[in-house]
Design a binder for this molecule. Structure first.
Ligand code: XMP
Length: 319
């Protein structure tokens, strides 16, 4: 892609000019945006960049391992992997309000990130994979009054406190452009084509109180759902698909017995930028098959529902 090749060269020059001989630290979230930003910056300044991956224990199945593998082994980018899941889950215990979850996660993320930055001797710049829609949505909701719908913890806060300047090479891009850039940079397709994943992770896909047990159930259900979508060749048609674990138990019947287990909600939407979205029209056979697989393969779930709400009036995430 000619445009992205030019963009890559331009941004590399800009990053070099901005950073000089300074040191840069970049937080990886496991998502496409921070990964593309990190690889681009590494290409510009090499080992002046250190990546920090704060694992909050709210990642999807096997996701943390994949991030470490890609950066440390595939790209040879210096990476600090911090397993802070105990700390995050500890502080999230009893927290049920969506914004309180985001704030708790945001605060802890900053604390852990700061400690790690100190350990490696600090840095002059903080790199972030902020996209154009992040810049807009964290300020106001387009077309509406200037209110914050959801506070995205990956924008703001950190640089002022740590007295670092920001490096945000993706600030003018939309998601589809970031994917093109990622491909241009040679990131594996399975990574580049990935659906967006929110900074607070599974915390906002587990309405009500978050526990390790619930997260484990959610991870398994989500993995089965995504496997179904991939097997049916639908993954790339969908902007974002994920499972939600509802804080509700319902009665079911299995064999001769009564069950009393959780409900899993399935979400899938099409969108171009995440700012508006339509629910995805699966055929019923697919949904039925998926429900059966989830209930058979995931202990603790006996009912599956599909979310048919578009955005607006819904949001993509349930919290
Ligand atoms: P909503 O749910 O607001 O989501 O329709 C729009 C897009 O943003 C993602 N999202 C977040 N990303 N931190 C993030 O980094 C957050 O707190 C957050 N909340 C929502 C969501 O996954 C979707 O892609």
């Amino acid at each position: 892609d000619w445009t992205m090749r030019a963009f890559r060269e331009e941004e590399i020059a800009k990053i070099r000019a901005q950073v000089g001989k300074g040191r840069v630290i970049c937080g990886l979230s496991g998502g496409v945006d921070s990964a593309v930003a990190a690889v681009l910056i590494h290409e510009a300044i090499g080992d002046q960049l250190t990546c920090v991956f704060v694992d909050h224990g709210l990642m999807r199945l096997n996701e943390a391992e994949q991030v470490v593998d890609l950066f440390r082994h595939h790209y040879n980018i210096p990476l600090v992997h911090v397993d802070a899941s105990k700390q995050f889950l500890g502080e999230l215990a009893g927290v049920t309000d969506p914004e309180a979850k985001r704030k708790t996660i945001g605060r802890l993320f900053i604390e852990v990130f700061e400690q790690e930055a100190k350990k490696i001797g600090g840095a002059d710049f903080l790199a972030q994979g902020t996209l154009y829609p992040d810049v807009i949505e964290s300020v106001s909701f387009t077309g509406g009054p200037s209110v914050t719908i959801k506070s995205h913890h990956n924008v703001g806060g950190l640089p002022e406190r740590m007295n670092m300047k920001l490096v945000e090479p993706l600030r003018e891009l939309f998601k589809d452009e970031v994917r093109k850039l990622g491909r241009e940079l040679g990131l594996p397709e399975i990574f580049v084509g990935r659906h967006p994943f929110p900074g607070p992770g599974l915390a906002i896909r587990c309405p009500g109180e978050i526990t390790k047990d619930k997260l484990d159930i959610l991870r398994k259900a989500d993995a089965v759902y995504i496997d179904q979508i991939r097997k049916h060749g639908l993954y790339d048609e969908i902007w974002q698909a994920f499972a939600v674990l509802l804080p509700v138990k319902t009665v079911g019947v299995m064999g001769d017995g009564r069950t009393y287990d959780y409900v899993v909600g399935l979400r899938a939407v099409t969108s171009t930028d995440g700012m508006t979205a339509d629910f995805y029209q699966f055929d019923m056979k697919f949904l039925g098959e998926t429900a059966t697989r989830i209930i058979n393969e995931v202990k603790g779930v006996n009912r599956v529902v599909y979310d048919v709400t578009s955005k607006p009036p819904g949001t993509i995430e349930w919290e």
